[in-house]
Design a binder for this molecule. Sequence first.
Ligand SMILES: Cc1cc2nc3c(=O)[nH]c(=O)nc-3n(C[C@H](O)[C@H](O)[C@H](O)COP(=O)(O)O)c2cc1C
Length: 226
Amino acid sequence: MTTFDAFDTEPLLPDTLPESPFPILAAWLAEASAKALTPNPNAMTLATVGADGQPSARIVLCKSLDPVAGTVVFHTNFRSRKGHEIEENPSVALVFHWDHFERQARIEGDVERISDAEADAYFATRPWERRLGAWASQQSQPLASRQALFEAATEKILELDIDIAAAVRGDPVDIPRPPYWGGYRVVARRVELWHGSTGRLHDRAVWERELPVVDNAGWRTTRLQP
Ligand SMILES: Cc1cc2nc3c(=O)[nH]c(=O)nc-3n(C[C@H](O)[C@H](O)[C@H](O)COP(=O)(O)O)c2cc1C
């Protein structure tokens, strides 16, 4: 049937949906990062559910994405609220929202820890202040005052014997990764890509697969009504 001329019928997702959503997701993230219209284009909402069934959500940064494996990595403190909830229940949800591009990506999946070697390699790339911060902050624990946080940071400088003069000069300083800090890899089970369009006739598609992935089994995909 022909459609009313005023409709913008240009497909926003390909007419024939690709086998995996990840090449599109990677391209959307790359485009948002390249255009840098917001300070953190790699920001995503992470929802976790603890043993009591109460969902909680917060923003974390996507630090890498493996389009072949269908995985997304973020880094955090394993002893934080999210860390405890993930240890109790590894099923999580992620949402990217690129408002300027009218795009949303929703990911649901299971979390596993990245290896110590991978976490060390990423931690070493962080500016010294952030590496110190990972030691000074017992993320999600009560804090008596802001001053107490600076005192904790100062104590850590002494305890870890950090050459602070060198750090301030911009010289490399050795600050190891705290054992309770590292990366989580979300292995996607369900991915939904959403592209906004006029008249709320958005384009929306979902890809699903079983976890664990056996024999490179692929995704089932379908378009969804907006
Ligand atoms: C833009 C932005 C990026 C953030 N990135 C991270 C991150 O990558 N990892 C992290 O642990 N917290 C990050 N945070 C802080 C979290 O949102 C959250 O406050 C913190 O992780 C504690 O959450 P929890 O108590 O639920 O564990 C970020 C916050 C914002 C606003």
